[in-house]
Ligand binder design. Structure first.
Ligand SMILES: Nc1ncnc2c1ncn2[C@@H]1O[C@H](COP(=O)(O)OP(=O)(O)O)[C@@H](O)[C@H]1O
Ligand SMILES: [Mg+2]
Length: 297
């Protein structure tokens, strides 16, 4: 039995609008066995598939799609070691679909996760039709190598960099994961990146202002880094790298100031003078302290 998707999302700390989880779980209860998760990068498509498989247990086959995805990687390829070792049993290597069909023979719930399918060339869409429609694994010569029973569910994700073929879309339950709202993303960023509320909010505003795409995971990573930055220029370099623009770094630095998170001189580890393990008398330490403050070390 597959776990409830809503439970898997919750266990993984993923936040989605109630309607999304309701739609996903309703589809699954109704017997949908192939999903297409769409949405911009960083909306949780991949993480949710993994989390669902993890909570379900059973079998999990993950394949990252790319421009070279072909019948060899998806259905059946040739394994050269089979020729070298003259072992006919090894001449072919199972692709992701064939692997999944073989694993699923044990009857356990099996999730076939094909990630970022939009990265494939359009011809690759055809490779999935037989698997989704007739629930079989068939090679280009028409030989059937495996079947998918009801215990197999497909989880296909797409960042929508290209439209998928209509024939493929007709066989999939399409669900679009939205960009997380500011209300939900602000506390999430505070918690995961350790930034204050003003900084979280200023970082999230970059999703609209930046001409380069800025995703939630980008902001989590950048927020974490900003905490260790000691100068305005450091912050500007980081924000310019993210957005492709030099004009937002100062806003972020100002927000860090409003959150009281700018590095304080007193936070710096003072340079203390010691002599054979004993501390020098106070006046000398005071000079060292002033020196280390001035040097910013
Ligand atoms: N809805 C969400 N709730 C909580 N965290 C999220 C959500 N979406 C994305 N994230 C964060 O971003 C990371 C990357 O998400 P990911 O699943 O790789 O996105 P996608 O596959 O849509 O590009 C997640 O591991 C998580 O830390
Ligand atoms: Mg992804």
């Amino acid at each position: 039995m597959f776990a409830k998707i809503a439970n898997a999302a919750q266990a993984a700390g993923l936040i989605f609008p109630e309607g999304i989880l309701d739609a996903l779980d309703a589809s699954q209860v109704a017997g949908v066995n192939a999903f297409l998760l769409e949405g911009e990068p960083g909306t949780g498509k991949t993480h949710l598939g993994r989390a669902w498989a993890e909570m379900t247990g059973g079998n999990y086959v993950f394949a990252q799609a790319n421009a070279w995805t072909s019948d060899e990687s998806i259905i059946r390829g040739v394994d050269l070691s089979g020729f070298i070792e003259r072992d006919p049993a090894k001449v072919y290597a199972a692709g992701a679909l064939l692997k999944a069909a073989r694993l699923a023979v044990d009857g356990r719930p099996t999730l076939v996760h094909l990630d970022e399918w939009d990265k494939t060339r359009p011809v690759a869409d055809g490779l999935l039709l037989a698997a989704l429609e007739e629930r079989i694994v068939v090679d280009s010569a028409g030989n059937i190598h495996g079947r998918f029973d009801d215990n197999v569910i497909f989880w296909i994700t797409s960042n929508a960099t290209r439209p998928l073929h209509d024939a493929l879309l007709r066989r999939l339950m399409r669900i679009t994961l939205p960009r997380m709202s500011k209300t939900h993303a602000t506390p999430l960023l505070q918690e995961r990146a350790g930034v204050g509320q003003h900084t979280a909010s200023a970082l999230l505003a970059l999703r609209e202002k930046s001409r380069r795409p800025v995703t939630l995971p980008d902001l989590i990573r950048i927020g974490r880094t900003l905490q260790h930055v000691r100068t305005l220029d450091g912050a500007r370099v980081i924000i310019a790298g993210l957005t492709g623009d030099d004009k937002f770094g100062a806003d972020i630095w100002a927000a860090m100031g409003r959150d009281g998170k700018l590095p304080q001189r007193s936070e710096h580890k003072p340079l203390r003078a010691t002599f054979e393990g004993d501390e020098f008398p106070e006046p000398l330490n005071a000079v060292c302290q002033a020196f280390s403050d001035a040097m910013g070390v």
